[in-house]
Design a protein around this ligand. Structure first.
Ligand code: SER
Length: 317
């Protein structure tokens, strides 16, 4: 059967880039991008879907004979704290809708992104294992931890092939994150290229796990292509890229922009970050489906700056 992919939340940081990667892989006509609002950032098939509306998801699944769903829509860690119950409602309702439609329509494979936000104070800070105790402190983290267990439940009870990755903070030049605690690591490159001072909402020594966009997309596609019997974890796989603090990114950026100015004004996001791991153990992803990151901080910095310079065409060129 031909693969027909539906992406829910295609306008988001990952969605924009993943949609293009899947179009390259399966053909533009076989990838249906969807979100609350249309955008003009890529060619191809687009449908408006509010994922809290189960009937609408079902309608699009029927219309295009969808075989795979990537459910990327969610409210992230920092934004989610503004309205805890509303965030829970949206994050869970959209997931249940995707799981239910997928079960009913016999969808082949479902992708559900999880996050390092599932970890809380009880997990070791360094090299956090995948099976550490989960006591997340944000509503986003609670919704992802619950979502992972629901994903596993649908697999065990109904045989639905749901796969999941716990992403670190994702860094890319193609799109902007929104509402996350790791967003500073994208914004900082924009400010450097624009010649502006950067005000950092985390303390300079706050180390968090991060991943370059290319690695994150490759991890997603590699996981989704792995033969079913090799997927041993049905909650979610830890996937690591690298780990760094704001101070380390600044040092790297100053190799290219020696006058780059930064000030530190930690806000409530510092509290969120302080409960997340500094680094995570992704050895099970390596063992089960061969995961290996390619980009270190130096590579990320070079690629980010090269591409953002191109994007902004600033006087620094
Ligand atoms: N990048 C996300 C956030 O900061 C973590 O999944 O909320």
């Amino acid at each position: 059967m031909e693969t027909k992919v539906l992406i829910i939340g295609a306008n988001g940081q990952l969605g924009l880039v993943l949609t293009k990667a899947l179009q390259d892989k399966y053909g533009v006509e076989n990838v249906i991008a969807s979100d609350l609002r249309e955008n003009d950032k890529y060619d191809g098939v687009f449908e408006i879907i509010d994922a809290t509306d189960r009937d609408r998801i079902e309608e699009i699944v029927d219309k295009y004979q969808i075989t795979q769903i990537y459910h990327l829509a969610a409210i992230l860690s920092a934004k989610g704290e503004e309205n805890p119950l509303g965030t829970w409602d949206i994050n869970m309702k959209t997931l249940f809708n995707v799981l239910e439609v997928s079960r009913k329509k016999h969808i082949d494979r479902v992708f559900f992104p999880s996050s390092i936000a599932v970890f809380g104070e009880s997990a070791p800070l360094k090299n956090t294992p995948g099976d550490a105790y989960l006591n997340p402190a944000t509503v986003y983290g609670i919704s992802k931890a619950a979502g992972e267990n629901w994903a596993q439940y649908y697999f065990l009870k109904y045989g639905l092939d749901v796969r999941s990755i716990r992403y670190p903070g994702v860094i890319g030049y193609q799109s902007l994150p929104g509402g996350g605690t790791t967003d500073y690591a994208v914004d900082i490159y924009h400010k450097a290229v624009l010649g502006q001072e950067f005000s950092c909402f985390l303390k300079e020594e706050t180390t968090l796990p991060m991943i370059f966009m290319d690695d994150a997309i490759r991890a997603t596609i590699e996981l989704m292509e792995t033969p079913k019997e090799k997927i041993k974890i049905r909650t979610s796989y830890n996937v690591a890229g690298i780990s760094f603090s704001p101070d380390e990114v600044v040092t790297e950026i100053r190799k290219l922009y020696p006058d780059f100015k930064v000030n530190y004004k930690p806000d409530f996001r510092q509290e969120i970050a302080s409960k997340w791991p500094e680094s995570i153990d992704d050895s099970l992803a390596t063992k089960d489906w061969g995961w290996k990151p390619h980009y270190n901080l130096k590579d990320i910095t070079e690629v980010m700056i090269k591409n953002l310079k191109e994007k902004y065409k600033t006087e620094y060129i």
